[in-house]
Design a protein around this ligand. Structure first.
Ligand code: BGC
Length: 789
């Protein structure tokens, strides 16, 4: 684990007080800025040194071969890989005769601050060149939430001791050299210099570069323009070629003088529009940003974030580090989805090349529940994106011999890109996760337009998938055999409880949709008769139970498998998938990430309290958390079954995943699902939020370390605030019609006139907290270990 000592703890920002090149790539991800449309890794302004250079446009990808040692029917033939596109972040500085480079001369000061309220990355540097000249550089970077295709950088240079001659080169660079993102030489070859020049032009301090991709046939344009303010005699020149655009500014700076450049950037891309259309779009967008001006970009960003935080902020009293981490987590969750606008939300957002830039079930299972309650239009957009890929999902289902729609396990544009079918194709639960996100969104927002335009069809087509994938056995029970659940250390198992219970909800919601919207359903070819078959399947769904152990089986037969030999597994043998063959993982009781426990959270309505406690106790010692998606769910369920201190440790792990680089791969991008999971751990864990059947219930209970927890939710045109201390909880409605909710099982009605305060009932004595596998305990965060909870 790398704990970066340079991240100071502040409630509303993430400051780095000195530059440590050892963790440069991690900080590039942590400080990345994005609005879901454009993503800029926090590469240093001067471009070098870098860990991984990165500028990403949502859904701008190249196709690459997916080579198989042994081919098989239905294997995807090519994959999609996010591209590092034209870099507009570069601003090089020449101080007298020396290029500014942090590796040379002396760095007198170097601070970076990610400001979570202003939504900018600030950098302050004082540098002494090898020749002894000192200079101060301040830069501020923004990727606008308001102007979707715009970013900007304010760059200021001033002398510290003696006058300076400086030159600044503000650049656009395509096909910049970068470390290969694939070990496979065939893939690496395709991804080397992936952009072909189509057009370039310059006019005064504005430059436009247009490029295309060879295989995916996408077109993109990048534009930059500048506002330059320097002393009399400041010189400006612009030039461009196929892969580089450069605006050079030279000035002599006397004491007290400063050279200030505002660099405006815009990006546009398309699979359909023409070169002139894309080029003109970026020229217009950069003009719009320039016309708004730097100040107004900043004000717009602040206003956007004020609005977000007014609802989304989670306040924690008693743990400042976690307070910072939760806000950081929410900021990245927003950045990933805010303006994705009918494009995917990738597992790493737009912060790095990890997982090839793919979107997984992470989005619907972990990210959308958060956005549904904090930025609902972003949740709707993400689901509309899924809807826009329905035809591909239908094709995939047909190819697999199924009806309805089978959504891809991993993708950028909607095509299946997983080459390992047992953990990819067979993980059909992704379709149920999408349906579940639709159900929750509709319940929370009551968005009729969405329901008719996208929601109903998503439910109907996924219900058809389950109906064809499963079958009624001789006793009439509905079985879904041969699927992979969330635990990827089991594969192709029968009747995975999580999958079956989510499919059950999917089938029932689709049937209800047909009843409520018979006309719209008829257009989809669905009628009451078909809906009745869905209800039959749902009502007869198999949910395996082990009578002898008194617990649910993650999938049939699971509890009969041999338990993994945890005692003889060394700490350096995790993650297990890198040290043991899959066949052995598959046939033993060892859980990569919450699976049955995930069902306890999202289908909590299908279990009794005693079953939840017994199941959690059984699965906890088997769960190794080899995926960052696990800790938040374990936090939520541990809190529900009364292990508050263990829950708190898991909460810390989910929230600090990237600030502490817990999986050692933050360099490739931040873990959006884990970060979104930090909200889930706080709100669903210690706040006890559940939203089964569209009814909000809460059961707040705080761990030792927290004195107070407060959070907000948007729900059906209302803004609800919840505040809990150790002894009582207060529900306040900031706007909207009165709302009935439940507090620890008792119904209360809250209105804008009247907040409601209720005592938190004392916890019932329960079982002692179970232990995770030896050596896999979460990081300790104040748990009284002796207390056994
Ligand atoms: C997890 C998957 C997840 C993927 C992307 C894997 O390690 O096991 O469930 O979708 O990472 O985050």
């Amino acid at each position: 684990m790398i704990t970066h000592p340079a991240f100071a703890v502040e409630p509303w920002c993430v400051p780095e007080t000195h530059l440590d090149l050892e963790v440069l790539a991690q900080t590039e991800s942590v400080f990345a800025l994005s609005n879901g449309h454009i993503g800029l890794r926090a590469n240093l302004d001067e471009g070098e040194p870098f860990g991984i250079p990165g500028t990403y446009l949502n859904s701008f990808y190249e196709l690459r071969p997916l080579p198989y040692a042994e081919a098989g029917y239905g294997y995807p033939e090519s994959g999609q890989t996010v591209l590092n596109v034209t870099n507009g972040k570069i601003i090089r500085l020449l101080v007298d005769d020396e290029p500014f480079d942090v590796r040379y001369g002396r760095l007198l000061a170097h601070e970076r601050v990610l400001d979570l309220r202003d939504g900018v990355l600030r950098r302050r540097v004082e540098w002494e060149s090898p020749a002894g000249t000192t200079v101060r550089v301040n830069s501020t970077r923004i990727v606008s939430f308001v102007h979707r295709s715009a970013a900007a950088i304010l760059y200021e240079v001033e002398p510290i001791d003696s006058p300076l001659r400086v030159a600044i080169q503000s650049e656009l660079i395509a096909n910049e050299p970068a470390p290969p993102t694939s070990n496979d030489p065939r893939t690496a070859a395709v991804l080397e210099s992936p952009l072909q020049s189509e057009d370039f032009s310059e006019r005064e301090a504005r430059i436009v570069l247009v490029h295309s991709t060879k295989r995916s046939k996408l077109l993109m344009a990048a534009a930059m323009d500048h506002v330059i303010d320097g002393p009399a005699g400041t010189f400006v020149d612009a030039e461009c070629a196929t892969d580089v655009g450069r605006v050079t500014v030279a000035a002599d700076l006397g004491a007290g003088e400063r050279l200030t450049i505002v660099k405006f950037l815009s990006y546009g891309w398309s699979s359909q529009r023409s070169l002139p259309a894309i080029r003109d779009q970026v020229i217009a967008a950069v003009a719009k940003a320039k016309h708004s001006g730097w100040k107004s970009l900043l004000e717009g960003q602040r206003a956007y974030l004020d609005d977000f935080w007014a609802c989304a902020d989670v306040e924690l009293e008693g743990d400042t580090e976690l307070q910072q981490a939760v806000r950081f987590a929410l900021f990245h969750t927003l950045q990933a989805g805010a303006r994705a606008e009918q494009r995917a939300i990738p597992a790493k957002g737009l912060t790095g090349p990890g997982y090839d830039g793919h979107t997984f079930w992470d989005t619907e299972r972990f990210v959308l529940p958060v956005l549904t309650y904090t930025a609902p239009s972003a949740a709707a957009d993400a689901l509309r994106w899924r809807h826009s890929t329905l035809e591909l999902a239908r094709e995939r289902a047909r190819q697999l011999g199924q009806n309805g729609a089978a959504f891809p396990w991993r993708t950028i544009r909607g095509h299946e890109c997983s080459g390992y079918w047992p953990a990819g194709t067979a993980a059909f639960h992704v379709s149920a996760d999408i349906a579940d996100a639709v159900v929750r969104y509709q319940a929370a927002v009551e968005d009729d337009v969405f329901e008719l335009e996208a929601g109903l069809e998503l439910l109907v087509e996924t219900a058809r998938l389950w109906r064809s994938l499963g079958h009624h056995d001789a006793e009439g029970r509905f079985r879904i055999d041969g699927v992979t659940g969330p635990d990827e250390y089991s594969a192709v198992a029968d009747n995975n409880v999580f999958t079956n219970l989510l499919a059950q909800r999917n089938l029932l919601a689709a049937a209800d949709g047909v009843v409520h919207h018979p006309k719209a359903a008829a257009e989809l070819g669905a009628d009451l008769e078909e809906a009745a078959t869905w209800r039959d399947a749902a009502n007869a769904m198999v949910v395996p139970w082990d009578e002898a152990l008194g617990v649910h089986c993650q999938a049939e037969g699971f509890t009969e498998h041999q338990v993994w030999d945890f005692a003889n597994t060394r700490p350096d043998q995790y993650p297990l998938l890198l040290h043991f063959p899959y066949f052995d993982l598959y046939r033993k009781q060892v859980v990569k990430q919450a699976d049955l426990v995930l069902a306890l959270h999202w289908r909590g309505d299908a279990f009794t309290a005693e079953e939840k406690a017994a199941n959690f106790a059984y699965y906890e010692p088997l769960t190794v958390r080899d995926s960052s998606l696990s800790a938040s769910t374990q936090a939520v369920v541990a809190a529900e079954v009364g292990h508050l201190e263990l829950a708190y440790d898991y909460f810390g792990e989910a929230a600090l995943m990237d600030l502490h680089d817990l999986e050692h791969n933050t360099r490739d991008g931040v873990h959006i699902a884990s970060l979104a999971g930090a909200w889930l751990a706080a709100v669903a864990g210690f706040g006890g939020l559940r939203d089964h059947d569209g009814f909000l219930s809460f059961a707040p209970r705080l761990p030792t370390r927290l004195e107070r927890l407060a959070f907000g939710l948007r729900f059906r045109d209302r803004l609800l605030k919840v505040e809990a201390t150790k002894t009582e909880a207060t529900y306040t409605l900031e706007d909207g019609e009165p709302l009935e909710l439940s507090h620890h099982g008792k119904r209360v009605t809250v209105s804008t006139e009247r907040s409601v305060t209720r005592r938190i009932p004392p916890a019932k004595p329960g079982r002692p907290a179970p232990s995770p596998p030896p050596g896999r305990e979460p990081m300790f965060r104040g748990r009284e270990r002796a207390e056994g909870s």
